[in-house]
Design a protein around this ligand. Structure first.
Ligand code: AMP
Length: 222
């Protein structure tokens, strides 16, 4: 049986994690699991948990670890994760990474690699201003770098494209600060475990994606 492909995509908001994770997930027929998307769905459902989640997300703050880990682990129990998964936006704190590491040990199904995508803050600020997401399926577009085929409409499901509320300039600033303070230290955490693969995320989407694919294919063939 094929070894399962268990990946984490790590990087600042706007680095392209979601874009590359979605493509790679399709290539390997495994799910892309974005904790941000799981949370936005919960908010849209109007549940009381959704109200709590929104109070953090709307300000660019991280959702507390216990709530985040609970949502993620529940999603990982689904059958479609048996062949592997790509985590996009999880873990984001040392606490999340440590709890997740314990769970992986218990499951006997280790991480394959952590894909780190690096981009300078100023590039990210410019990028996020022009990011659009599908109000139907959550697919991500960019007005300049990855425009939809029909203006304002999703290529995949034709639902209208919207701007995420947390892509406003003030919230972007806070999200970048949170990334540097709380999430960036995870690079060292995974470096110590020999899992990290670095990619320069400031370039053409197709070129970067092909680089990631080549390295992951090589990793899976040994
Ligand atoms: P994203 O869609 O990954 O950019 O996440 C959007 C927002 O959801 C973040 O700014 C956080 O408020 C929240 N969020 C997503 N993933 C996590 C996580 N792993 N830990 C805590 N908060 C998260």
């Amino acid at each position: 049986m094929r070894r399962s492909l268990n990946l984490i995509f790590l990087g600042p908001p706007g680095a392209g994690k979601g874009t590359y994770a979605a493509r790679m997930a399709e290539k390997h027929s495994i799910p892309q699991i974005s904790t941000g998307s799981l949370m936005r769905s919960e908010i849209s459902s109007g549940s009381s948990i959704g109200v709590e989640l929104n109070s953090y997300i709307s300000e660019g703050k991280l959702v507390p670890d216990d709530l985040t880990v609970k949502m993620l682990l529940k999603r990982l129990e689904c059958d479609d994760c048996k062949k592997g998964y790509i985590l996009d936006g999880f873990p984001r704190t040392l606490g999340q990474a440590e709890t997740f590491e314990e769970k992986l040990k218990e499951s006997g199904n280790p991480l394959s690699a952590v894909v780190v995508i690096e981009v300078d803050d100023q590039v990210l600020i410019n990028r996020l201003a022009d990011r659009r997401v599908c109000s139907g399926c959550g697919a991500t577009f960019h007005l300049k770098n990855l425009p939809p085929k029909v203006e304002g409409k999703c290529d995949l499901c034709t639902a209208p494209l919207t701007k995420r509320k947390d892509d406003s300039p003030e919230v972007i600033k806070e999200r970048l600060k949170v990334y540097h303070d709380l999430t960036e230290p995870l690079i060292d955490f995974y470096k110590k475990r020999g899992k990290v693969l670095f990619f320069d995320g400031d370039g053409k989407i197709d070129v970067i994606y092909n680089e990631i694919c080549a390295i992951i294919d090589r990793l899976m063939s040994v």
